[in-house]
Design a protein around this ligand. Structure first.
Ligand code: PRP
Ligand code: ZN
Length: 296
């Protein structure tokens, strides 16, 4: 079983590619990298990375070309919506990765007189997300025509191909520069790690190791290590505002019997006002440090 290797599909270029490769690298996985290659081999982990178009990732996993993928929920849900033989139902989300956030929205020309969804009745909407849009319109009881485009959806209203569009928005700059305004959100999306639920045991073991590492990286990313000095008589009060105060470590300070050092792990970001509160309650020498790795 020495040669058993897991294959993961990752977007070759675009919204998710850099953060996906960065996540693998933070998991300690070193790739023999050349970006024009389709397949990169990890040197120190039984993993091969397939660099492909994001829209192809669900199909690659459903057909066992690879077992895992990093993909936007928008792409995953659209594939599941459009799947005719249910082959995408074996795709399972393992972890939400917290990057690549965007939304699938309806947008209309700036000058359009938009009040509510009824605007779309009898209108034509251009999109690359036919499945999700059709489902949404049906749920909302709107009767509109859908025109499917592979790309450059935002130019459809200008060229009179459509009255409105349904497309991904992240910063909103594509809409703005095309004279469009966002009017309804259909779906909020982020990158997720997905797998084929029919995975043989030996590959599943590798997958579990990878998921453990990824979860550790994600948890560490939002967590902070806090170090401060506290007067012993203010310790209880300081604990009330200290994030992660369930079990802070209290360390005596040599030659100082009135103060102790307090160390705590906060599973969330520590904001300036928290630090100000700590200081107001008598804490000093407050340090907030990033955590590189974290495993329970
Ligand atoms: C989406 C969408 C817009 C752009 C919007 O395409 O089609 O072109 O992003 O982003 P903005 O609000 O930041 O301007 P994407 O880059 O995801 O390409 P793809 O759908 O072809 O993968
Ligand atoms: Zn795409």
């Amino acid at each position: 079983m020495e040669n058993t290797r897991l294959k993961i599909a990752v977007q070759k270029s675009g919204r998710l590619s850099e953060r996906s490769l960065d996540l693998l690298s933070k998991c300690g996985i070193t790739l023999e990298k050349s970006k024009d290659q389709l397949l990169c081999r990890a040197q120190n982990f039984p993993l091969d990375v397939l660099l492909v178009r994001d829209d192809d990732i669900p199909a690659f996993i459903a057909t066992d070309v690879c077992q895992l993928g990093i993909v936007g929920e928008n792409v995953l849900f659209e594939a599941q919506e459009c799947s005719e033989n249910g082959s995408f139902s074996k795709l399972e989300t393992l972890i939400k990765l917290g990057f690549g956030r965007c939304r699938l929205s309806l947008a209309v020309p700036n000058e359009a007189d938009y009040n509510d969804l009824n605007f779309f009745n009898g209108k034509t909407i251009a999109t690359s997300y036919k499945g999700l849009l059709a489902q949404y319109l049906q749920n909302q009881n709107i009767d509109a025509k859908i025109v499917t485009m592979r790309g450059a959806v935002e130019i459809a209203p200008k060229t009179h191909l459509a009255d409105a569009i349904c497309d991904l928005v992240s910063t909103g700059s594509t809409l703005t520069s095309n004279g469009l305004k966002e009017v309804e959100t259909i779906l909020n999306s982020q990158a997720v790690l997905i797998k084929n639920s029919d995975m043989p045991d030996d590959l599943n073991d590798i997958c579990t190791r990878l998921v453990t590492r990824m979860s550790a990286v994600l948890k560490a990313r939002s967590s902070r290590y806090i170090v401060l000095h506290a007067p012993i008589n203010a310790l209880d009060e300081i604990k009330t505002v200290l994030p992660g105060s369930e079990a802070p470590t209290i360390i005596p300070l040599k030659g100082c019997d009135k103060q102790v050092a307090v160390h705590a792990v906060s599973e969330e970001e520590v904001f300036w006002n928290t630090m100000e509160d700590l200081k107001a309650k008598g804490a000093s020498s407050i340090l907030v440090l990033p955590i590189e790795k974290m495993m329970d």
